[in-house]
Design a protein around this ligand. Structure first.
Ligand code: DAH
Length: 357
């Protein structure tokens, strides 16, 4: 005859020492499972005589009930201990300072714009700006684009819907309209640059529908091509940080300048790397020219009294060239990995005195 008291002590002891839910379940199976010790006793009752059964039955049932109760209590204790452990391990201290991780940076286009502003500011240029949404007058007509002339098709313009009078606003195709706004609102002498966004219906490896330009305008008395040449050569040398830049002015056509030119910089492209100031290649950097007398007249000034020069350059392309960015479209893909690779620290703003790159 099994000693029920000994068996109970064993089971209760095993329940007490089970340290997790899995070992507690093993104790339950060994006592109350199909072939468990208490189950065996319950099954064996059928073989007892009625008298023995009357005596043993309540004892065995009592043992089973107490074992079940002890298992349930221990299970609840272990579950709440497991929950406490999980809560402790998932604890977050929100008062801890954030780890020092760089999350972004200054975009190369903005860095290069700041560099350009620093260089021209040192030469006495002020910064001007105008709206991205322009009218036909400022973007084309005042800049001496003849009405219906194919020169207007040079730029694939984004037009808005026409108003009742049939006039269409547009997204400016260049920063040149800021020349007009400046000449109309300020008295000469004028020396400004106008950095900003520009838009054209164009998208491929070297074109994006939105891009950036910096415009320049000088209006004064007795201004000639020599002033333009010195200003732009000085700029290119400072921008590419070399004293031996070789430049070439190539005749070109723009409606708003006469004569007009494009400025190329001598460079070396061997080995996939761009070096300015050496080599056999030419790199087209900007458009420029002497402001057309019609443009000066369109702004209410007398071209016999006031002359000037102007220039315009693509900022994103210059940023790509200076900092080795291979694909223009990546510049505006808003990929933080790209930005943390090519971006600049916000604490390293370019200045003429402190360094430009
Ligand atoms: N606006 C011209 C363009 O987007 C660039 C340009 C050329 C601007 C000559 C000028 C200039 O001011 O004189 O292609």
């Amino acid at each position: 005859m099994t000693d029920l008291a000994t068996l109970e002590a064993q089971i209760v002891g095993a329940i007490g020492t089970a340290s997790d839910l899995a070992s507690l379940d093993a104790v339950r199976v060994s006592a109350l499972g199909k072939t468990g010790s208490i189950s065996g006793l319950l099954k064996g009752m059928g073989a007892l005589s009625p008298d023995e059964r009357r005596e043993q039955g309540p004892l065995i049932n009592g043992l089973r009930d107490r074992a079940q109760a002890a298992l349930a209590t221990r299970k609840a204790d272990l579950e709440s201990a497991a929950l406490d452990a999980q809560l402790a391990s998932e604890h977050l201290d929100l008062s801890l300072p954030a780890p020092p991780r760089r999350r972004g940076g200054v975009h190369p286009t903005m860095q290069v714009m700041d560099e350009m502003i620093a260089i021209f500011a040192e030469m006495g240029f002020a910064v001007a700006d105008g709206p991205d949404i322009e009218d036909d007058f400022h973007n084309f007509t005042a800049l001496n684009f003849p009405p219906k002339h194919p020169a207007r098709e040079m730029h694939d313009t984004f037009f808005f819907e026409a108003n009742a009078a049939g006039e269409r606003m547009l997204l400016r195709t260049h920063t040149s309209p800021v020349q007009i706004r400046t000449m109309v609102s300020q008295k000469p002498p004028i020396r400004i640059i106008a950095p900003g966004r520009t838009y054209r219906k164009d998208s491929d490896q070297t074109h994006t529908p939105m891009f950036h330009q910096v415009e320049g305008l000088v209006i004064d008395r007795d201004i000639h091509m020599g002033h333009l040449k010195w200003t732009l050569e000085t700029f290119v040398g400072r921008f590419f940080e070399t004293s031996d830049v070789v430049t070439r002015f190539r005749p070109h056509h723009f409606p708003f300048t006469e004569p007009s030119a494009e400025l190329d910089v001598q460079c070396d492209r061997t080995g996939g790397e761009l070096k300015v100031g050496q080599g056999q290649s030419w790199l087209e950097v900007l458009g420029c020219g002497m402001v057309h007398p019609n443009v000066i007249r369109n702004c209410g000034l007398d071209p016999d009294e006031w002359q000037g020069f102007a220039f315009g350059m693509g900022v994103d392309r210059l940023a790509m060239l200076k900092y080795g960015v291979p694909d223009l479209r990546d510049m505006f893909a808003s990929d933080v990995r790209w930005l943390s690779h090519y971006g600049f620290s916000a604490f390293a703003a370019p200045t003429a005195a402190g360094g430009l790159s």
